[in-house]
Design a binder for this molecule. Structure first.
Ligand SMILES: [Fe+2]
Length: 461
């Protein structure tokens, strides 16, 4: 079945109802018209016949019916143009006078009293004789019926007239049908089909935009049916997708939770490894035991002061905790030497940032831990080691650890000297602020000690 628009359906339904109503009304009216017209014509014929009867009756005072001077002329004179013939017959049904001369002297056929209408007032009756309707009135002389006067009208004239009326009626009614259908069509289109069409198009657009497979180009129903189907399918799809989405979200939540737990476990393991390495390094160097812990506590405080995010702060903590890991390659004799270090000793010690880098670079941490460790003895004026980087080449994390490292090293005791205290250390970094050390890092560090009474945390954790 091909798709039929609801507009077309409504159009045909409306037309059908109107046509049936109009045909019924027209049929009744046409029958009434016909009856009325025949009645009117015959009434006229009856009146004319009556006039003739009166005229003939007066003439009968002077003539006999068989010897009536100018009777034919009289009949013709009184015959209305709408009527076909008139004649006078005697009591023996013989035609005495006729408007058609050829009919004179003819014997009337026996009247078929079918469809005869009697009129009590004029004593007339109307008969149907073959192709004619005929009005018949008795002619009376001296209270005696001496004959009859007849006036005829062709049935075809009546029928043609009726056909013409039917045609005109149908034409006028047809015009009104067309007008009514047009008005109803526009009304339905404006108030029903157009809004439904818009609703359907919106539904289809929504289903398309949501990637729901409900739009069918080969539609089979009308707009309401299609809209209803589209909507049902769309609702089902949305419900199914929502359910799937909820399940998916639930699964993702579980996966995320597991990932988070795994990550936390990894972090704990990593932190443990770093601490183990720091312990291993410091176990060879009792005089600097807790050094990395102390540097880490200050580096973290500086990073917080400078507004670093939590994740970044943890990275700085780990970097600080392992910054001297390269000292594992420095002989214990040099690390614990109480005498002045020779140039050879210094040359060996200066290798520890590169050694640390090489150890840590073997592990992919997704953040530059090895690079930070390699740069912790660099200075912004390019006079540090091992690469002699300048400020713009150094990582900010390395600049922070550099300051924290110097602060911790000066303020605490070393194998070759006593602890010098925070003030001496602060004086050192202030002295080289902007020359060896990043000014922002120095400012944050100074503020921590001078305004917030920062204290190193050298305790083993
Ligand atoms: Fe170092």
């Amino acid at each position: 079945m091909s798709r039929k628009s609801i507009k077309v359906k409504l159009f045909f339904i409306t037309i059908s109802i109107l046509v049936v109503a109009v045909i019924l009304t027209a049929s009744i009216n046409i029958l009434r018209f016909k009856a009325m017209y025949i009645e009117a014509l015959l009434e006229r014929a009856r009146a004319d016949a009556n006039d003739m009867k009166q005229g003939i009756s007066q003439g009968l005072n002077y003539f006999s019916l068989n010897n009536f001077s100018d009777m034919t002329t009289f009949l013709k004179k009184h015959l209305n143009e709408k009527f076909n013939y008139a004649f006078v017959a005697d009591n023996d049904n013989k035609i005495l006078y006729h408007t058609d001369p050829a009919q004179k002297e003819k014997q009337l056929q026996k009247i078929i009293y079918k469809d005869v209408v009697f009129d009590d007032k004029t004593n007339s009756h109307i008969v149907s004789t073959g192709e004619f309707y005929e009005t018949v009135l008795p002619l009376i002389k001296d209270f005696t019926v001496v004959g009859t006067v007849h006036i005829g009208i062709e049935k075809k004239i009546v029928d043609d007239k009726v056909k013409e009326m039917i045609f005109q009626t149908v034409l006028i009614l047809g015009f009104f049908i067309f007008l009514a259908v047009l008005i109803m069509y526009l009304f339905l289109k404006r108030n029903i089909t157009d809004p439904i069409g818009r609703l359907e198009r919106k539904t289809i657009n929504i289903s398309k935009s949501l990637n729901l497979p409900v739009y069918d180009e080969k539609r089979k129903g009308d707009e309401i049916e299609e809209f209803s189907n589209s909507f049902d399918k769309m609702t089902e799809e949305i419900e199914a997708k929502t359910l799937a989405l909820e399940e998916d979200i639930e699964r993702r939540k579980i996966v995320e939770q597991k990932l988070k737990e795994s990550y936390e476990e990894l972090e704990v393991a990593f932190e443990g490894s770093i601490k183990a390495i720091a312990t291993a390094v410091e176990s060879r160097d009792p005089y600097t035991a807790g050094h990395q812990q102390g540097v880490a506590s200050l580096a973290v405080a500086i990073a917080k002061k400078m507004g670093f995010k939590e994740k970044h702060i943890r990275q700085i903590y780990f970097a600080a905790m392992s910054h001297d890991i390269g000292k594992i390659g420095v002989p214990i004799s040099i690390l614990t030497k109480k005498e002045k270090l020779t140039d050879e000793d210094f040359a060996i010690i200066k290798k520890h940032p590169q050694t640390g880098y090489e150890i840590l670079a073997k592990v992919d941490f997704h953040w530059p831990l090895a690079e930070i460790v390699r740069q912790h003895h660099e200075r912004i004026n390019g006079k540090g080691y091992p690469q002699g980087l300048t400020g713009d080449q150094m990582l900010l994390e390395a600049k922070i650890i550099a300051v924290a490292d110097v602060m911790e090293a000066i303020s605490k005791a070393r194998p070759y000297r006593e602890a010098l205290g925070n003030d001496v250390a602060l004086a050192e970094i202030k002295k080289f602020r902007g020359e060896q050390f990043d000014p922002d890092v120095v400012d944050a560090c100074v503020e921590l000690f001078e305004k917030e009474n920062f204290e190193f945390d050298n305790r083993k954790k």
